[in-house]
Design a protein around this ligand. Sequence first.
Ligand SMILES: [Zn+2]
Length: 143
Amino acid sequence: MRLDLEEMEQFPTNKIEGFRERIETMFPTMIEHRCSEGCRGGFFSRVERGTWMGHVIEHIALEIQTLAGMETGFGRTKETKTPGVYNVVFSYTEESVGMFAAESAVRIAEALISATEYDVEADIQKMREIRERVRLGPSTGVS
Ligand SMILES: [Zn+2]
């Protein structure tokens, strides 16, 4: 997905008061994300030192798919030639679930930035439903 951070570009995670605490509280299992550090808790230390929101959104999109029972471990975020615009790439097991996860990850990041409540469990449940619909749908050729 192509992501335009707009004003978020000015705010790496270390410039947002309490961001690390909030993301850790919302997703304690993200401790398993090694990220480029290559060790347990690697992603959280990147957040602590300051990373861009595109990168955070990539990790959230992967994590909510894992929590929904669709483990996928690949993600990359690259800045484009336009400042603040990123290409966020991550794997998915079902395309429609992946698309939902991308949109959900953006909303979650916004909630984490502004310290507002977000019902992550509702989105995870929705992803499970999408998966079931895809699996049971006529396109899968179930007869
Ligand atoms: Zn990472």
